[in-house]
Design a protein around this ligand. Structure first.
Ligand code: FAD
Length: 517
């Protein structure tokens, strides 16, 4: 038998080997990244910014941030990590503009890829029967708009805010008031170039590698990193008539919204929002709407009632003005809003599309942009929207809303069910977006905890009432919840993961897959 001293010696030796090995693993990872032949560079020191996002509630510190110059930098890095095998815990998060809400573009002790530094070939607009623009996956939509406008063209489908990247919105869906007609942004892409979780660079489209193409669209970054995209374009108008009308009755409001998105709508954009207990009814941070008749607008008294505001836009060129005015008048005459509440404005097209940025500048100057954002986005079947509205706007959110609440219907026929995104099983469903800001100095009812409790009450109500609601920009903490979110699409989602990212290297911040599939 070994003596006690010998035993202690062996135990110490064993423990020191284990800790050396652990230390070796952590320290060798950065040095192995340092030796990769890339055009861009890694930063191992200044990584704090990559542990932040717009939601301002989650923070995971990465080991390194890659600033890629080329697609091959992205592929080389992912391939290197793939080759480390299933035993390595190193993961990769592509970061667009960091406008996620719950750490979706972050990775604890992993590599964040700063997609905005990717310098693909220059943005290229192709004007023709089928107009399109080729862009890098890290390109901001505002830059795409500016570039395509030089050719008199523009993308068809938008988000309300344009300082987001192509890769970031295509990983979700990308929706705004144009989606009723054109579908979400993921319905307006012709081709993608993708780096899979194995580090392969693959071109894909409806015709070529179509399974990967549809997997990636709305795929929450799980199947590949979008390095290039071909986005469909249409002729751009110069001007926009921007219109708001108010309702006190939800059913009338919803009926009019649905009328406007069915068939040949006269409008190019249909949205709406809920106004709860506000005095300045047009004081909405999310837009820069300023009515042509501000006196009339300011005189409107809501008397503490919950109001529903329908927001419409009609694109036009100056020479079509008379005709367009006629069309708008005729369409509005078929609506049932409160007659004295017609607020109109007329702005250049780019100003209309970039409207939220104007508010961003104002909020930033007052330190109100970098506050926690406990947002909740839901897709609700049309048949359930009335029960939802009665309970949520009538009971749960009676006195405050902490931020804008958007509400507008979408046509399911404009969504491609081959993509990864899941939506309610009805021809029409509503987006309801609770865009709360938790300002630190606010009253108890507007604080972060209170907003989170309210969000949970809304989710609990949807669950108990069996409304068939899906989260947009989904966030869950367990795989069981993800399984329920995807429903009958879950098996296909897993199959796609095992085909394109079997070691679960990509987008761990979504918290769908913790280990290899
Ligand atoms: P990030 O937050 O950086 O990334 C989002 C996810 O995509 C992460 O999982 C990340 O890993 C992954 N990802 C990023 N780049 C790539 C890539 N190239 N390839 C693969 N995966 C990638 N959404 C709408 O649909 N409509 C709106 O009107 C709208 N308005 C918004 C307004 C504001 C002020 C904000 C903050 C968000 C809004 N969003 C809207 C939500 C927005 O579309 C998503 O949060 C989107 O993910 C943000 O894009 P991003 O470039 O910042 O992506």
């Amino acid at each position: 038998f070994p003596s006690l001293n010998n035993m202690i010696f062996f135990i110490i030796l064993f423990l020191s080997c284990v800790t050396t090995k652990i230390n070796l693993c952590f320290s060798c990872v950065p040095s192995s990244l340092k030796t990769l032949p890339i055009d861009g560079h890694f930063n191992f020191q200044q990584v704090e910014h990559a542990a932040k996002d717009f939601g301002n509630r989650y923070s995971f510190l990465p080991l390194a941030v890659l600033y890629p110059k080329s697609v091959s930098d992205v592929a080389t890095t992912v391939k290197h990590i793939w080759r480390l095998g299933g035993g390595s815990e190193l993961r990769v998060a592509a970061r667009g503009h960091g406008h996620s809400l719950q750490g979706q573009a972050q990775v604890h002790r992993g590599v964040v890829i700063n997609m905005e530094s990717l310098q693909g070939p220059k943005m290229q607009v192709h004007a023709g029967n089928l107009s399109y623009v080729d862009v890098s996956g890290g390109e901001l939509w505002i830059n795409i708009l500016r570039e395509s406008l030089k050719h008199g063209l523009a993308p068809k489908s938008w988000t309300d805010y344009l300082h987001l990247t192509v890769g970031g919105t295509l990983s979700n869906a990308g929706i705004s008031g144009q989606a009723f007609r054109h579908g979400p942004q993921i319905s307006n892409v012709y081709q993608l170039q993708v780096v899979t979780g194995k580090g392969e660079v693959v071109n894909c489209s409806e015709k070529q590698n179509s399974d990967l193409f549809y997997s990636v669209l709305g795929g929450l970054g799980q199947f590949g990193i979008i390095t290039r995209a071909r986005i469909s374009l249409e002729p751009a108008p110069l001007m926009v008539k921007w219109i708001r009308v108010l309702y006190t009755d939800f059913t009338t409001f919803a009926r009019d919204q649905e009328k406007l998105i069915s068939g040949e709508s006269a409008f190019d954009y249909v949205e709406g929002f809920v106004i709860i207990n506000r005095t300045g009814v047009l004081n909405n941070w999310r837009s820069s709407f300023s009515p042509q008749d501000p006196v009339q607008a300011s005189q409107f008294k809501s008397d503490g009632r919950t109001l529903f505001c329908l927001e419409l836009a009609k694109y036009f060129n100056p020479e079509e003005m008379a005709l367009v005015n006629q069309e708008i008048k005729s369409s509005l005459s078929q609506l049932n809003h409160i007659p004295s509440t017609l607020f109109t404005s007329q702005v250049p097209y780019i100003e209309f599309l970039d409207r939220v940025h104007i508010s961003e500048i104002k909020l930033r100057s007052r330190g109100l942009w970098e506050v926690p954002h406990p947002w909740l986005n839901l897709l609700i079947p049309r048949s359930k929207i009335l029960s939802f509205a009665q309970q949520v706007f009538g009971n749960i959110l009676t006195d405050t809303s902490s931020g804008p609440i958007l509400i507008y219907p979408l046509n399911k026929s404009k969504w491609d069910n081959r993509t990864s995104v899941v939506t309610p099983e009805e021809d029409v469903f509503y987006l309801v977006a609770f865009l709360s800001s938790a300002v630190p100095s606010s009253t108890a009812s507007d604080g972060l905890e209170q907003v989170l409790i309210r969000n949970q009450r809304i989710l609990d109500f949807c669950e108990i009432a069996g409304l068939g609601v899906k989260q947009y920009l989904p966030h869950y903490s367990t795989q069981a919840e993800w399984k329920s979110h995807f429903g009958s699409h879950w098996e296909a989602f897993i199959q796609r993961k095992s085909a394109y990212d079997p070691l679960a290297i990509l987008a761990p911040g979504q918290r769908i897959f913790q280990k290899p599939v």
